[in-house]
Each structure stands twice: as structure tokens, then as C-alpha cells.
Design a protein around this ligand. Structure first.
Ligand code: GAL
Length: 691
């Protein structure tokens, strides 16, 4: 995308307001330096009030008004909420829940992603819109749908069933192969005709895990093909207009990497809960995931100006917090700061959600903070396009995720959901595992040291990194073993955790020792596993004389009981019948090292361990006062160092040698940087000539 400024704006719903308010909107947008708005996201019913009528007049008027005022438009394709006439006309539109019940109309995202009627109507609407707005001065970006899978991530209707059968036929070729890969000899599930294969709805008891996984893969691809229905139309009619779709940020709902080659820019919606102590780390992890998807700057498409209305308790962002979190997104690679929504709604479901222009109007604190931020961002065009140079990658794999957490998109969020999954879909060793939680556990250890981390799908090429961590890689696909072995042979540091390498891509167990294909590189074989009870723990006992470690640490959740084959044991378990079994191991392999951690260590261990592997690879850490985050974006020779104070107190930060200029205040700094509570500085190092 060729936009040479930090994009600042919002979802804008002029259709909710009389036209005289639009002029006030434009005045306030100019005051706040808004330079882009997203339009028409939920406007299908207004654009096509019945099957044969398209009405673009109101949208034309606002598009023209925005263009006259130099405000760009990210134009929604309006497909996230289908009109009532469409729902009523075709009986295959509404999605079907796992229980077999069809969802009732009355909200958005009620459609089935595989409904032929929905897809046909989508193609028609998008074509009309593209033809109508082709060449419009304001149109700078297409915004397809809205948060795919937020509400309709799983459907179990007959259309999905038929498509699933066709998908399986293509994948397995023969029923023999499918029966073999799915292990249907168990409980006599064997299929003798493709038509016998239903969707994996709720049944009497535990279900077939291989079938569940394939169904999740199939739905994931269905999201991608649905997206492509729109992309293909748009590419043909408006080939020069870039395309995005705003992700919700829940990677467990579908494999986002499927979209990789057909997205011009990644965009996503970030809604950390101000009440949650871990909010900023969680946001940093998700920003890092989004950045890593294409390895280039992304767009923050939505965030709340202050409170949302969908957590149980929705507190305001404190003064300065919205600004701080906006800069956090930029620090981690966003080239935009956008909000849901421009003007807080007067009526409708979301009327208690904050807006950039609150119900109180332009005198409100929130609008003043918004306008001030908009002004600041106009000074940051040098940052646009710069990237983050990470030497560490954490691998994330949707297939592994779906076999560890709920395949219903609730993974890692709450114990209740995991209990739901474990008891209702298939028997499992423990409900205490959280795939995302494990990713966060490792990410946090680097985050505390201000070391940037890319979070990449496990099938991406990771050879350029120095450290690669693969938490909870329960399922391992062909090709991964070779990639890891080559990486470590060439000097990389690889870290695997407990419950890794247990099953293959069809969820078939690797026999003769878990870690399966990782046995050679890790130098271990796991004989047994033992999940710990809720709040249960064991001890990690370090071998004597290891620099940088305490004598022992606590661990929880799970213990793999392993045999070291070629590896060196760095720590053993302290308790239980397997006391003395390896718990942390280090295997020299070619020029690199592969570590295996047989449990979930406490945060102190994580800190000391991560410090060790970073030091071994000569990767710089930044120890800063509690609450201060540091990230560097760079472009050509320029480095932009972000310092963000998330703490509640004013702090002083020691700068490394040199002179710096703060891009926000234009002041110079040397040796000490003072940051107020919620303060932000973006420093550029000056050269010997002071420029
Ligand atoms: C997002 C959604 C927006 C709005 C927002 C409220 O998930 O895309 O349309 O509903 O939440 O926080």
C-alpha cells in the first residue's frame, strides 16, 4: 500500500445519523487529523434493500464529501451482515450450531460460510460496489467483510456436510485411506460410503479426533475460499486498489496463514481489557503475530477510544492509556491507529461502546485525547514502512492448537471452555493445557527483557532466526523434522516443550517414544506423561554449577517422563516416583543446540533460561524499570526507539551512549530519559553532526 503517513481514523457509520451531522463529522475529523475512515461495513441492507434494487446515493454523497476534504476511504464490502430479505428468501443462509440447531436471525454474522445462496449474493453485491466505486477519488483500500469467524466460526449444516465430503474425497482419494488415517476401526466407525460421513456434531460421547481436526481444516479453508470470492471480483474490476480484511485476533478460529498471499496488508482489531494486568503483554503478542504473518507493517484497524461494551465489566481507558496503547501498536509494527468507532451510536446494540466523538460531544476528555493524538501522528511519517528486526521466533501451528485446545475456537481463553471441549469432543489427558497460554508464557519471558519476537506459523521458513521456540507442538507434520535439524545444524537454538511430537498430521501417535520425529535433534525419548492436578507442582532441580540459575524452581501442569539418549541433562524433576528423570536438557547438534523442557516451568525459570539462550546467541537485552517497554523499528539506517511507560509512576530510563531526538517533542536527550506515567518517547539517534 502506498500511503506515506500514519493512518488515523475509524469505522464510520454516517448511515446512523442525519446528513447535517455529517458536516459536523467532517469538521471534527479535520480537527483531529483523521485521514481515513472505513465505510459501509454493515450496510448491505441499505445498499440492496431487495433482490433487484441497488441504492448507492447516500454512500456516494458521503464518499464525495470525504474526498472533498482529503479523507481517504477504506470501503467495506458490506458482507458481514446480510439483509433480512436474503435470510428469508433462502433456507440455507443461517448457520447451524454444533447441537444441530439453526441460529435465528437478529444479529450480525448469522450466515453459513458455505451457503451457496450467501456466496452468490456476496459476489453480486461486491461486483455492483466495485463497478460503482471504481476510480472514485476517495477509495484507497477495500475492507472485506468484518472479523471472519467472530460469531460463525463453526457450522454443521447440510451444505457444509456435502462440501466436507467432497473435500475429504479430494484429500484422501479412497475411503480405505480415510478409514486408515482416521482410525475408524476404533468403535466400529468405519465408513463404507462418502455420504455416511456427517459433520462432527455433538454426539453421545467422545468423537473422532482426526475427523474433528479435518473438519476444522476444512472450515478454515472455507473462510479462505469465501474471502477469495470477494477478492477475485475486486481484483478484476479494481486491480489497483489494495485489499484487506480485519482479523479479530483469535488465531484459533481459522488458519490465518491461508490468506497470506492474497492480503495486501494485514489488519486487525485490538481490544485489550484495561482491567487485566497482563493486557499489554497480550496485546504485544498479538501485534507480533499480525506483523509476522506477512513480515511487514500491519494496520491497527480497530481499537476502543475508551471502554468497550462486551467484557463483563467495561472500565474506561484511563487518561493517556489510549495514546499509550496506540503507540504500542505502532511500536510493534502498525502503520495505522484506527478505532471502532467514529461517533458513539445513539441507538442500537453498541450504544454503550465508546466512540472517538462520545455522546457528550467534542468537549469530552476522550475527544480531546483523540484530537491531540491525531496531531502528534502527523509528525511520524518517517516511521511508515519501518520494520522490527527479530532474532527470535515462536512457532505457532493451528493443527497443533486444535488438538490441544478446543477445535471450536475457544482455545486458551477459559478453563470452562476447555472443560467443555475435553468432556464433549474427545477424551484427553488434562483440561489444564492452553496452547495460547503456553505461547504467552514463552513470549512473556522475552517481552520482560525487551527482546522482539516474531510469532510465525510453524510451516514458515525459520532459518533466518537465531532462536526458535516451539511450545506445545503436540502434532508434527512431514518436513518439520528436517527443517529443525537443518536449523540447529547451522548454529540455531531450538527449544521444544512437553507434550510435543506426540502425534502425526492425522493425530496418529508416534510409537516407541514421544517427541517422535524430534528424537534425534533433542536427544530424548519420552516414555510416560503425567499431568499434574489443579494447583499441583513438582520441582525443577538444576545440576550443580550452572551459571545464571538458582538451585531449583517450581513447575506445574504436566511432566513428561523422559530418557536422555544423546543429550546433556541440565535439570531433573525433584519429586515423585520419577524424581531424577530429565526435566531440562541440552543437546548439541551440529553447530547449534536443541533444548527440551519437560514441564511448565515457573516465571523465574523462564527468565533465567531465556537469559542464558539469548546470551549464548549474543542477542541484546534491555533491562528497564518495571512497566517500561522498549521496541525498535528500523528502516535503512534509521532506528526509531520506542519507550512506553505502562507503569503507574514516573520513571527514568538510562539511555545507551549517544544523542537522541524525540520525534514527538523535538527535544534532545542524552544518557537519561524521563517518562511520566503512561508516557511515550520515540527516539532517533543523532549522528555526529546532530542530524
Ligand atoms: C469488533 C467489531 C466491531 C465492533 C467492535 C466493538 O469486534 O469488528 O464492529 O463491534 O468489536 O468493540
Amino acid at each position: 500500500m502506498k500511503i506515506n503517513k500514519i493512518i488515523f481514523g475509524a469505522d464510520y457509520f454516517p448511515e446512523q445519523w442525519p446528513e447535517d451531522v455529517w458536516h459536523d463529522d467532517i469538521r471534527l475529523m479535520k480537527q483531529a487529523n483523521v485521514n481515513m475512515v472505513s465505510l459501509a461495513i454493515f450496510a448491505w441492507a441499505l445498499l440492496q434493500p431487495d433482490k433487484n434494487t441497488f441504492t448507492f446515493d447516500w454512500l456516494d454523497n458521503i464518499m464525495d464529501l470525504l474526498a472533498d476534504n482529503d479523507i481517504d476511504v477504506c470501503l467495506g464490502t458490506a458482507t458481514a451482515a446480510q439483509p433480512n430479505w436474503l435470510t428469508q428468501k433462502y433456507d440455507d443462509i443461517l448457520f447451524v450450531r454444533e447441537s444441530g440447531q439453526r441460529v435465528v436471525p437478529g444479529s450480525r454474522q448469522t450466515y453459513c460460510i458455505n451457503s451457496p445462496s450467501y456466496r452468490k449474493a456476496v459476489r453480486r453485491l461486491v461486483k455492483e460496489m466495485a463497478l460503482h466505486y471504481k476510480g472514485h477519488r476517495a477509495l484507497k483500500l477495500w475492507h472485506i467483510n468484518n472479523e471472519y469467524a467472530n460469531k460463525n466460526s463453526m457450522c454443521f449444516c447440510k451444505n457444509c456436510e456435502h462440501r466436507f465430503q467432497a473435500w475429504l474425497k479430494k484429500k484422501y482419494g479412497t475411503l480405505d485411506s480415510l478409514n486408515d488415517c482416521w482410525g475408524t476401526v476404533f468403535w466400529g466407525e468405519k465408513y463404507f460410503a462418502w455420504e455416511q460421513i456427517n459433520t462432527p456434531m455433538a454426539s453421545a460421547g467422545g468423537r473422532n479426533g482426526a475427523k474433528l481436526l479435518d473438519y476444522k481444516r476444512f472450515l478454515s479453508e472455507s473462510f479462505y475460499t469465501l474471502y477469495m470470492e470477494e477478492v477475485n471480483v475486486l481484483r478484476e474490476i479494481t486491480p489497483d486498489v489494495p485489499i484487506t480484511t480485519n482479523f479479530e485476533g483469535d488465531w484459533s478460529k481459522f488458519d490465518h496463514s491461508l490468506f497470506k498471499d492474497d492480503l495486501d496488508v494485514v489488519s486487525w482489531n485490538s481490544y485489550p481489557n484495561p482491567l487485566e494486568p497482563n493486557a499489554r503483554r497480550r496485546a504485544a503478542l498479538r501485534h507480533s503475530m499480525m506483523r509476522s504473518l506477512l513480515g511487514k507493517p500491519f494496520m491497527l484497524m480497530e481499537q476502543a477510544p475508551s471502554q468497550v461494551d462486551w467484557y463483563p465489566i467495561n472500565v474506561n481507558k484511563r487518561p493517556g492509556q489510549m495514546r499509550l496503547w496506540s503507540y504500542q501498536a505502532i511500536a510493534h509494527g502498525s502503520d495505522s491507529v484506527m478505532f471502532f468507532q467514529w461517533r458513539a451510536s445513539k441507538r442500537g446494540t453498541e450504544k454503550y461502546h465508546s466512540g472517538m466523538v462520545p455522546h457528550y460531544g467534542e468537549e469530552a476528555r476522550v475527544f480531546r485525547e483523540i484530537a491531540s493524538l491525531g496531531g502528534e501522528l502527523t509528525k511520524l511519517q518517517d516511521i511508515v514502512g519501518s520494520t522490527i528486526d527479530a532474532s527470535v521466533a515462536i512457532l505457532m501451528d493451528n493443527d497443533a492448537w486444535w488438538t490441544v485446545d478446543s477445535p471450536y475456537g475457544t482455545g486458551g481463553k477459559s478453563l470452562d471452555n476447555e472443560i467443555f471441549w475435553a468432556s464433549n469432543t474427545q477424551p484427553f489427558p488434562t483440561v489444564l493445557l492452553s496452547y495460547l497460554g503456553e505461547l504467552e508464557h514463552y513470549f512473556n519471558a522475552f517481552y520482560r527483557l525487551n527482546v522482539p519476537v516474531d510469532v510465525i506459523p510453524a510451516h514458515y521458513d525459520f532459518s533466518k532466526y537465531k532462536i526458535v521456540i516451539a511450545p506445545l507442538l503436540h502434532l508434527i507434520k512431514p518436513g518439520f523434522k528436517e527443517a529443525v535439524e537443518a536449523f540447529v545444524t547451522n548454529g540455531g537454538t531450538f527449544v521444544a516443550t512437553y507434550f510435543s511430537g506426540f502425534v502425526d498430521e492425522h493425530v496418529g501417535v508416534f510409537l516407541n517414544g514421544y517427541v517422535g520425529p524430534l528424537t534425534d535433534v533433542l536427544g530424548v525419548k519420552v516414555e510416560e506423561y503425567d499431568p499434574l492436578p489443579l494447583n499441583g507442582s513438582n520441582r525443577i532441580k538444576m545440576i550443580a554449577g550452572l551459571d545464571g540459575f538458582e538451585n531449583e524452581y517450581a513447575c506445574s501442569v504436566w511432566c513428561d517422563i523422559a530418557h536422555a539418549t544423546t543429550t546433556k541433562t541440565l535439570a531433573t524433576f525433584g519429586d515423585d516416583y520419577f524424581a531424577g528423570a530429565p526435566c531440562v536438557t541440552e543437546n548439541e547438534f551440529g553447530a547449534g543446540k536443541a533444548y527440551y523442557i519437560a514441564t511448565r516451568p515457573d516465571a523465574d525459570f523462564m527468565h533465567d533460561f531465556v537469559c542464558k539462550i539469548l546470551a549464548d546467541q549474543n542477542i541484546e537485552i534491555h533491562l528497564l524499570p518495571e512497566g517500561v517497554e522498549h521496541v525498535t523499528r528500523q528502516q535503512n539506517k534509521h532506528k526509531f526507539e520506542f519507550y512506553l511507560n505502562h507503569g503507574n509512576n514516573d520513571v527514568e530510563v538510562q539511555l545507551s551512549q549517544g544523542k537522541y531526538k524525540d520525534l514527538l517533542t523535538q527535544t534532545s536527550h542524552e544518557s537519561i530519559l524521563r517518562l511520566a506515567r503512561h508516557g511515550v518517547s520515540i527516539l532517533r539517534r543523532l549522528n555526529d553532526y546532530g542530524t
